[in-house]
Design a protein around this ligand. Structure first.
Ligand code: FAD
Ligand code: MG
Length: 345
């Protein structure tokens, strides 16, 4: 009787083991694109070959969107002498979205910032601090409202130059996430430089845990848990140089022509759309904590984590429960933006 029970128990255990879902297959590829290291990881039977298809799509978009590659849509528009040029549906679609966000952020995001980015040396690595007169002259050539896009006809006025560097990686994340979903993938993680975008949940059904970098070091300031979201961080620590003891970084305030100094060390935006998260991570860095909170109150279709240069942490209510500070930030308390007024609670 006892032996029968043991046999039955063993049989049940075997049955349970054979019924347990097998670990999902993982398919991954890592490559260089858009001047950064990217990796695409997809899970499940339908994921085979998907990361490679994603990488191909990213390279195709890079050829269209790069500001420096001769013959790209952006390069053609910047070198047309003010004539309209025909651009691909991809470029037109990204630019339309980017221009909307330039308008809604009151020009904190400005896709015509390139003359200034160049003047500071961020494209060549030949860094310099332009004098006030030079900046004033260059600011005359920065104004997204003068870019005309009608269908696939794009006109950038002579002397002005587009730069989609603040939004293109995020928008690319949306395209790749859609491509993966269309091929039946339900769980995937895209790491496109500082941009992370996840499709669905982890293969075991739990949320993805995405690290937010410590702007003061190489470690992490916190972990955010998300499902089906883009998590994009902009900070002064990625591309910068120092001159006479002052640090100058690549995010430029279109109001002054100088690197944006709003008191923020980094801005992480969490949204359904990578394009929105990327555009806003840059724009909110320019706007600073108070104006970022006002902008969030107007829209409420994204969340943010603001790390201040003074060590402050500000988060929106939608992410507060899913964000945990760690490392040297662990002892700090995150202020939660109040939904209805300008104060934090
Ligand atoms: P984000 O905060 O997302 O963007 C900052 C970048 O946006 C700045 O570097 C500047 O280019 C621009 N910017 C600054 N201020 C503003 C503002 N107020 N409004 C709008 N835009 C602003 N880098 C190279 O060195 N060589 C390359 O060949 C190269 N090719 C690239 C091709 C593509 C298609 C893309 C998308 C990027 C490429 N890059 C290249 C990188 C690019 O120049 C930027 O440095 C990068 O996109 C910055 O991304 P981020 O996430 O670090 O910062
Ligand atoms: Mg950005």
């Amino acid at each position: 009787m006892k032996a029968t029970k043991i046999t039955a128990l063993l049989f049940s255990l075997l049955l349970l083991a054979s019924c347990a879902a097998p670990a999902a297959e993982e398919y991954t590829t890592t490559f260089l694109a858009m001047d950064t290291v990217m990796s695409v990881t997809a899970y499940g039977a339908g994921a085979q070959g998907a990361p490679e298809a994603a990488a191909e799509r990213i390279r195709e978009l890079e050829k269209l969107l790069s500001v420096t590659a001769e013959g790209s849509d952006v390069w053609n528009a910047n070198h047309s002498g003010g004539e309209a040029v025909e651009v691909s549906p991809d470029t037109a679609s990204l630019l339309r979205r980017a221009l909307e966000l330039c308008r809604s952020t009151g020009g904190a995001l400005d896709v015509t910032i390139y003359p200034l980015v160049k003047a500071w040396g961020f494209t060549t690595g030949e860094y310099r601090v332009p004098v006030r007169e030079e900046l004033s002259a260059l600011l005359e050539r920065v104004d997204y409202a003068r870019v005309a896009l009608e269908g696939d006809r794009l006109c950038v006025p002579d002397g002005m130059e587009l730069d989609l560097g603040a939004v293109a990686k995020g928008w690319t994340g949306d395209q790749v996430a859609a491509l993966l979903a269309d091929s039946g993938v339900t769980s995937a993680k895209l790491e496109l430089g500082g941009n992370v975008q996840v499709l669905g949940a982890k293969p075991d059904g739990s949320p993805w845990r995405i690290a937010v970098r410590d702007p003061n070091g190489e470690s992490y300031a916190g972990i955010v848990e998300v499902t089906d979201k883009a998590v994009v961080t902009s900070g002064g620590y990625e591309r910068y140089f120092e001159a006479d003891g002052i640090t100058y970084w690549h995010i430029i305030d279109p109001a002054s022509g100088c690197p944006a100094r709003s008191g923020l060390a980094s801005v992480t935006v969490i949204a359904d759309s990578g394009a929105l998260a990327d555009a806003l991570s840059t724009a909110l860095f320019v706007l600073g904590a108070e104006r970022a909170a006002d902008y969030w109150r107007e829209r409420r279709d994204f969340d943010f984590i603001l790390l201040g240069e003074d060590g402050s942490v500000t988060v929106t209510p939608g992410i507060a429960e899913r964000f945990t500070l760690c490392g040297s930030w662990e002892s700090r308390r995150a202020e939660v933006v109040d939904v209805s007024s300008g104060v934090c609670k």
